[in-house]
Design a protein around this ligand. Sequence first.
Ligand code: ASP
Length: 629
Amino acid sequence: MERAHLPAVREAKRNNMTFLKTEMALMYDAVHLFAKALGDLDRSRPIEVARLDCEGDETWIYGNSLVNYMKWVQVRGLTGLIKFDAKGFRRDVTLDIVELTKTGLVKVGRWSRTSGANYTKSYREVEQGIVEDLRRKNLVISSVLEPPYVMLPETPDGEKGSQRLEGFCIDLIREISQILVFNYTVELADDGTYGRFDADSGRWNGMIGELLEQKADLAIGDLTITNERKQVVDFTVPWMNLGVSILYRKSSKKTSVFYRFLSPISADVWLSVASAYLVVSVMLFTIARFSPYEWTDTHQCDTSEGRINEFSLLGSFWFCFGSLVQQGGNALPRAISTRIIAGVWWFFTLIMISSYTANLTAFLMAERLETLVESVDDLAKSQIQYGTLNGGSTWNFFRTSKLAIYQKMFNFMESQTPTVYSTSNEEGVSKVLKGDGKYAYIMESPSIEYVTERHCDLIQVGGLLNSRSYSIALPPGSPYRTLINSALLKLQETGKLRDLKHKWWKVERGGGACQSSGDSGAASRAKELGLNSVGGVFVVLLAGMGLASITAVCEFAWKARRLSSSAKERDSRWNDVSKDLGLTLSCTSSTTTDGKVSAEGRKVSALTKTTYGSTYTTTCSFRQKELLS
Ligand code: ASP
């Protein structure tokens, strides 16, 4: 302020005025400018002041010159530099931006038409100013009752009191207030709603309405950020991410307890195991017949030329069954090929039995509960009624969705009488409980999680239909948003938000009830083993069968080669081998029912020094000595 104007300021102070009003300063400047222009005009030429009648047509002859002088001169007045353009409008006006502090008004920047607002205060200083301002405030916070975000406290005898509120959001705002140091009062929104725009009245209701009507400084609760709300209020960074899903009742349709032992494994796996058992038993029998190393002497003291093979058809089936039920059989394979078969079969049974046992445990622990709907598509197609919270963001999601299925669902909900909507989530949950499978409630996933932690017969059906977030809402342009954002990020980074979630979802007010009763969790989610889970072990089994077959052929060839000593024999070796192979596979049919061998059997026994050594019995357990005697 210029020295020349100090008398005016002193005058203002003398009159106990702490600051000059704009009108007064402008008036002062106007008079000052007029005096300067008149003085300059007088100096340029002698002027006379004539008496004039305001009503008459006569004008002062120096009037135009004086106006031109006033447009031309420049003076620095109380309101800054006074300059005019050709039309007589003031130009190059600059305004000081001031801020009210504890010590009075402090200049924090300048504004001019050409360069706009220019703050001379640093960002840090501005923020510090807001922090101090916040400390002096008692913020009014609007909220709605919704477990576990904001709840009336339960007094020790179970009665509900109304003195103090509690819940996740109450703890959250307490944590924020401790970081930023401010006082606050939480007040429930008059209509108990979140905020919906009413096109008829052109007004917002609920928490959003309270912010816009300046009844509240903040709105906290399970308040979803939506595009519509974001147009009228400011939101902080999200403190929880979520989506919309379906809450439904588990139906008590159970699989027959009598045949529960069949449940852990799906029908196709049972069939595949049975087929594998048949194939492996037959393979074992065939390869044991074929492999010369599977034939042994009847007894070490027995001097007869009889040889036996323990893997008859029945013996092979018995061996495989014994392994399958983890009991083993009395026969043990000797040849490499049969050992390979036995090895892979044991491996197969080990995996199958372990998987079966583990899954059976899960099945026995849990009641196998099945639901009629598994997804939103099922729900849309079914006869089941469903609804949302009336006027909330979930309702709005269906109302504004462009997807055909959600539009169909919205039309269905709108057309229902009596209404399928609820005035609170609590009402929606009780409708599901009472509906016994005839009503599903669509609500936000954290609330579903909270409810299913406490009502074990309720479940979330399908995945999330969308993705959204909860945050704190403030009036548009609120200076506190940045501070609350950084407090929220701090709480997120320190894990405080996670701890609060755990406290209010899993611990307080009966949390974890369903986990301890064993109705939820891994047990209730037990699913029968499908072929895709155990398919690999069948592949191993097949590979083992292949390997065993190749080994058996090698064994056969090896033995044949060793026994063929003469050139003649070598020539006829392959003839013998092919005969032996044919007879081996047909040997069981060569015995008669009374234990005597048939003509064919005798023919076989007559062969000497063939691949299998000396003569051999035609069935695995019949000794040749006895048969031919
Ligand atoms: N949280 C929601 C809201 O802000 C309520 C709901 O629709 O589930 O409107």
